[in-house]
Design a protein. Structure first.
Length: 132
């Protein structure tokens, strides 16, 4: 018989539209991106398609919060932590490649409260949901 290869997920299974990416871009550049230059729309799409990696971030906790919100709304896979780690998608402000454990830790530091600028992420998620 036919043998089907087991296919591992190798990306974030992103379902965001062009319009949603356009809404995300300025917020991402303002609060998460730590490069000296802003990401372009193509950079952002490549990030979510796992075509580029090692995107430098300002705040690991805010990144984790953002990705968690996207996952809860089904815009990316719920295995996003694993994919972020395996694809080496992000590096911390200090230059460390962020692992799945780093992202998980960023989500579960409840004693610190919500990360700074989480309100902006909440508003962003509402905005992208409103244009579905």
């Amino acid at each position: 018989g036919l043998i089907l290869d087991y296919c591992e997920i190798t990306d974030l299974q992103c379902t965001l539209t062009e319009m949603q990416f356009k809404i995300i871009l300025p917020v991402y550049n303002m609060y998460i991106n730590a490069k000296n230059i802003d990401l372009t729309l193509e950079d952002l799409k490549d990030l979510f398609a796992c075509k580029q990696n090692k995107f430098k971030v300002k705040n690991n906790r805010l990144l984790a919060y953002f990705m968690c919100k996207l996952s809860k709304e089904k815009y990316i896979t719920n295995a996003y932590q694993k994919e972020i780690g395996e694809q080496k998608l992000f590096i911390s402000f200090k230059g460390k490649v962020l692992s799945a454990i780093d992202i998980d830790r960023g989500l579960h530091q409840k004693y610190l409260g919500k990360p700074k600028h989480s309100e902006e992420i909440d508003s962003l998620i509402l905005a992208i949901k409103n244009i579905e």
